[in-house]
Design a protein around this ligand. Structure first.
Ligand code: ADP
Length: 392
């Protein structure tokens, strides 16, 4: 806490509320005699004028006489409390004693001084302690307010996470049910035409595709639970990134072609060796490519590049697709984030892929970032990983 000692430039402003002019003169002398100075005194005699002056909040401390005509200092304290005026008030009493002390405290006074004992040292000390107590209380209040705000924020994020989980469950149920209809149809076709080889092969093809889709959803689900429980492990060993990059590109080619999207792959010929988990890295690049395909209209282009520089390699997946609204950008890597799942664009996604990509990149000592100029401006995802053998 900073020093509260008054100075000539920063005097403590005291307001005396006392209906007796002689008491005013007396108090003025006491204030003037405070060793070191640094105090100014204003005076009001009337109850209503006092309340008005206190309401202006121009003073640091109020010295209030117990007797104020027909009213008392306690009445003034009650009126101040009612109006939310914070004080602090030091009550000046004719007679001291425990009852006056208790009554003053209950009414909200910070302290009380018997008039007979009013001298510069006693007054200075009472004011100093009162102001220090006030500063301490204000500090405490600020800390409580900060803590309350932090808790409210934590509460809001928990509510948001809860809402996203609810949404995720609804999407999951929907996604898991989707493949069942084609599988049921395929089974019916097999039942209806047991001898029809072409029909059987087609039905088998449908079932294989749908089962693969189901397996992918369940893998995503398992990854989501690994992320929430922080158990997503990687098995690192020296690996040339060209391997996972090419594997991911190969596995995306058919989907890109089917969506009439050009997939460009530009990789350097020199090896890019990282200490990494081949399967997880392939999964990350495949996720980014599959998103790029999902969020790009036909006729668009996806470019996969890898550029080693300065001890790290930057893999970028850039598309000419629908882009990402600025508001969503900070949350795309959240689990089950970020978009309104009712949005038709999100069909086929559980909101897990990018969360996995982020976690896997981090486990490799790397990062993943998203850039987009906004809706309709395409997107770019960049994965940076440390190289264990810098090129050259
Ligand atoms: P999802 O299964 O929903 O695609 P992801 O975790 O892979 O889940 O992506 C999270 C969200 O990020 C998506 O729902 C989408 O809104 C946005 N997103 C991801 N990749 C792209 C992209 N290439 N273009 C536009 N939006 C994207």
């Amino acid at each position: 806490m900073t020093s509260l000692a008054p100075t000539r430039d920063r005097p403590v402003r005291v307001l005396l509320v006392d209906d007796d002019p002689d008491d005013h003169l007396l108090t003025r002398d006491v204030i003037a005699d405070i060793p070191g100075g640094g105090y100014t005194l204003d005076w009001v005699a009337e109850f209503d004028a006092a309340l008005e002056a206190i309401g202006r909040g121009e003073h640091h401390v109020y010295l209030v006489d117990y007797r104020l005509g027909v009213k008392t200092g306690l009445d003034l304290l009650a009126a101040m409390t009612q109006r939310g005026y914070p004080g602090p008030v030091i009550l000046l009493t004719g007679l001291g004693g425990p009852e006056v002390d208790r009554a003053a405290e209950e009414a909200g006074a910070a302290d009380f001084i018997e008039k007979a004992k009013l001298d510069p040292v006693t007054l200075e000390r009472a004011i100093r302690y009162t102001l220090r107590q006030r500063a301490y209380e204000a500090d405490l209040e600020r800390k409580v307010a900060e803590r309350t705000a932090a808790l409210e924020q934590a509460n809001a994020s928990l509510r948001e996470a809860d809402r996203r989980k609810d949404e995720f469950l609804a999407t999951l149920a929907h996604e898991l049910r989707n493949p069942l209809a084609p599988i049921r149809n395929a089974l019916a076709i097999m039942d209806l035409s047991p001898g029809n080889q072409a029909g059987l092969a087609k039905a088998k093809g449908v079932m294989e595709r749908q089962v693969r889709h189901l397996a992918r959803l369940i893998d995503d689900l398992l990854d989501a639970s690994r992320i929430t429980r922080n158990t997503l492990h990687i098995d690192p060993r020296p690996v040339d990134l060209a391997g996972p990059l090419q594997a991911a590109a190969e596995s995306s080619r058919a989907a890109a072609a089917a969506a009439d999207i050009t997939l460009r792959v530009e990789l350097p010929s020199a090896p890019m060796v990282v200490n990494g988990d081949q399967a997880r890295l392939t999964q990350v690049f495949a996720n980014l490519l599959s998103n790029a395909i999902k969020y790009t209209e036909s006729g668009g282009t996806i470019t996969l590049t890898a550029v080693p520089a300065g001890g790290e390699v930057t893999v970028s997946v850039r598309d000419t697709g629908v882009g990402i609204p600025a508001d969503d950008l900070p949350r795309v890597f959240d689990l089950f984030g970020p978009v309104d799942r009712a949005d038709a664009r999100t069909a086929g996604g559980l909101g897990v892929g990018l969360a996995v990509a982020k976690r896997v990149a981090e486990r490799h000592g790397g990062t993943v970032t998203a850039i987009s100029g906004g809706v309709g401006q395409g997107s770019e995802f960049a994965v940076r990983l440390p190289l264990i053998r810098p090129p050259g």
